[in-house]
Write a protein that binds this ligand. Sequence first.
Ligand SMILES: [Zn+2]
Length: 474
Amino acid sequence: MYQPPFWIYSRRHLLFWSVSIVLFAGISACGADYDTVIQGGRVMDPESGLDSVVNIGILEGQVRAISGDNLDGSRVIDATGLIVAPGFVDLHRHGQSERAYRLQVQDGVTTGLELEIGTPNAATWYAAREGGQLVNYGVSIGHIGVRARAMGDSVLGSGGITARQQSSPDQISETEQLIREGLAQGAIGVGFGTAYTPGATMDEIERMFSIAADLGVTAFVHMRGGLEGLDSTLTAANNAAASLHIVHANSSGGGNILEFLEMIQMAQDEGQDVTTEAYPYGASQTGIQSALFDDWESWDDERFERHQWVRTGERLNRETFSKYREDGGSVIIHGRTEEMTLAAVTSPLTIVASDGGTGHPRGAGTFARILGRYVREQGALELMDALARMTILPTLRLEEFVPAMKTKGRIRIGSDADITIFDPETVIDRATYLEGSLTSDGIEYVLVNGIPVVYEGEIAEGVRPGKAVKAEMN
Ligand SMILES: [Zn+2]
């Protein structure tokens, strides 16, 4: 059963709500005007526990009124019968292109952050997106990429020496320096893909964790090695006193998902700052040249068939796998049962995060799939619980070192008007393993910094209200 985290229904928040609703209803009665009013929707805010049909007044990109009274707005969105929620925050979003941003907003995402692999150069990454995007965007400084820079490797992390070679002491110092530089440029924490860099020793990883700890940011890790790997990752983070986020518990835990989550729970119980996330699909996706597949020649035939070539949708065999591994490209790996996915998605520990790019349906359907399939159809999650995993939980993971997040992930007076409005009766994913870019249904309106980017279910063309989200060092 779902037990709400303590802050969700705390008395203090309920008191706050009754006061603020009266207060701001008063202001609106004096003739205050709003750019946009969201009228008649069921507003659900997991942080405060607000779950009520009220109107929202938005001015200059912020929520300025939450009221049972009518509000005057230049634009009025009729949200009757719809849920009005804080915009979804995705901690793990590889697609950081216009094409991927379009899929994200139609899945309800207002802030999409690439925190797992990250970037080798934060300044360049942010500069390339200046001037606004459809969603709020941000990135971590990536260990794989800076390791490649330190090693003078041009093929960033896709094989070669970055993945498999041990760093020299000089290269380790250089990697540390580049991580510090990225964090100074506003990167959101440090991203790791230790599964992709078997050449990096756990000592090296621990040293990089120490930098994250030193600067007060979180390490986001695609770890290696199953339960044993989880144990060594937890230990390294604990030794370094680093805050740790384990990405995609569902795929990293695999068939051992219950033990995997139990170990994270135990670490939390012992006071370690560790969190995790999951996406609601039974298949993974990665580059076919990655070090994950270094043992491919020893596989049996059945294992190849679980691999689907994204470009054509075909299932692979020994011959085609070998050919495509030489060419390079993206592969979807089928293999987890629905039971495993359900365990990951419904665990009280997991934040919803897509790991999405393009190709795999998770890039287009993760959030609508949780709301449609696991909340409405299966009743496996309560709606407020599911929303908490998409809004306030990822926000809390970041806001200590990313001040911009303090006004995201919630609907309250003064918060950014990042808002997702959906139909609880129809919301559902449509993307499939063969058509990974089919947009979700039932996401009716999405506002980013007060500007609609989805309106009546369609993308609003020509608007770019999404801003850079950056960390700030003490
Ligand atoms: Zn990953």
